[in-house]
Design a protein around this ligand. Structure first.
Ligand code: C5P
Length: 400
């Protein structure tokens, strides 16, 4: 399933010779499964007819701001709310100036003010017009306001000049949009993710814990939600905000984490064990704070915690299970062995030597499956999580 499938995209077409490229852009977006609505300025209609764009988008073209007929159907506020993105292509020097000025003098400028969706602009104009300080300052203003620029390209221009100002090719515009929207690869699936450390109580004020920040698990939750999954995040004690749309269950100890996972997994399709679970816990938890006793040491007897991912995998044989292997040496070898021993579908291996991962924002991992070994270069944990989710979705769909 493509990233643009079922995305609502408004293409704003302005008056420039590159308007002919808008037809191809609309066609490519249609092919990707996007719902496309076209808004044309008056100038655009001198270059391309509304009929062409109506035929290609499969929807009536929107032109007038104050058109009683149009307002009865999808009025400008509804249209602004409907959009997942507005893409102005071609964007003339005039529309860039109007947008920088915050004008609302036609349907397109009004939509841009009225939308909460990201606005992309693909400038197209003569190279001298593009180079003008006025245009460049307008673009700087728009960039500061989070408008997203695509191009322009440099080369031969319709007017005979050579330089920067050609509208980016439609395929490049589509590629930029694709990269902006996460795919819906996990649509319809329920995923349970564990994250963070566990705390194993010694007495009412002390515990055995570890340095896990939970960032990787939370990033995976966010990436999975963005990919269309419904997500239950079973989180140990961490200081992180819950990604929007995620159901979070807070736990402390490994046994609490296991019990929360057992409940959540009865409804799940995929289980990702990202938590750094304490392997051992004290055999007994003191009722009262332990007192220092003389000068002798203190021995705490430990017992093994249940292995959550292995236990869940056995309890729910149809569940697709993914584990992590944080290793300091022979990373891949240990990870492969762990995948087999814990009977996981996938394992994600990372090198945690030199404190390179715990609490950091970046990570580099290798995803290992029965027929897969995919190394992801270092990137932000969210980016790594998005790529892991893509690979996981592909593997899951291949085997289910
Ligand atoms: O055995 P090790 O701790 O290296 O295995 C790591 C993987 O197993 C991780 O996916 C971790 O979340 C999971 N694990 C678990 N329960 C434990 C220990 C580890 O689910 N008690």
């Amino acid at each position: 399933m493509g990233h643009l499938n079922q995305r609502n995209i408004i293409i704003g077409v302005c008056g420039g010779i590159a308007a002919y490229k808008s037809a191809e852009l609309v066609r490519l977006l249609q092919k990707q499964g996007a719902n496309v609505r076209v808004v044309m300025t008056d100038g655009a209609q001198a270059f391309i007819t509304p009929l062409t764009l109506q035929a290609l988008s499969g929807n009536p073209v929107h032109i007038e701001l104050l058109d009683t007929e149009a307002e009865r159907g999808m009025g400008h506020i509804e249209l602004a709310r409907w959009a997942d993105a507005i893409v102005i292509a071609p964007a003339t020097a005039d529309i860039l100036a109007k947008l920088a000025n915050g004008d609302a003098d036609n349907l397109l400028t009004t939509l841009v003010l009225a939308t909460a969706a990201p606005v992309f602009v693909a400038p197209a104009m003569n190279q001298q017009m593009w180079a003008q300080a006025a245009t460049q300052e307008n673009c700087d203003t728009l960039r500061r306001r989070n408008f997203l620029f695509i191009g322009p390209d440099a080369g031969e221009q319709a007017c005979g000049d050579v330089g920067a100002g050609r509208m980016s090719e439609p395929a490049d515009v589509v590629q930029t949009l694709n990269a902006h929207f996460p795919s819906r690869a996990l649509e319809g699936l329920h995923i349970v993710i564990t994250a963070g450390p566990t705390r194993e109580a010694i007495d009412p004020v002390r515990f055995i814990g570890n340095h896990s920040s939970g960032k990787m698990g939370f990033s995976l939750a966010r990436a999975a939600i963005d990919a269309g999954a419904s997500v239950t995040l079973v989180a140990g004690p961490v200081h992180l905000d819950t990604p929007e749309g995620v159901t979070r269950i807070n736990v402390d100890s490994a046994r609490q984490m296991l019990s929360a996972c057992e409940n959540a997994c009865s409804q799940a399709d995929i289980f990702i064990a990202c938590a750094a679970v304490a392997d051992y816990r004290p055999v007994t938890v003191a009722d009262h704070k332990l007192k220092k006793q003389g000068t002798s040491g203190l021995t705490i007897e430990l017992t093994q915690n249940p292995d959550i991912v292995a236990t869940i995998g056995q309890a729910f044989p149809n569940l697709y299970t993914v584990g992590f292997a944080a290793e300091t040496q022979n990373v891949l070898e240990h990870a492969r062995e762990k995948r087999t021993r814990k009977q996981l579908d996938l394992i994600i291996a990372n090198d945690v030597g030199n404190n390179a991962v715990f609490g950091q924002d970046h990570n580099s991992v290798t995803i290992i499956g029965s027929e897969l070994e995919l190394h992801l270069p270092e990137a932000s944990k969210l980016q790594v999580a998005r790529t892991c989710v893509e690979a996981l979705a592909k593997e899951y769909r291949r085997t289910h």
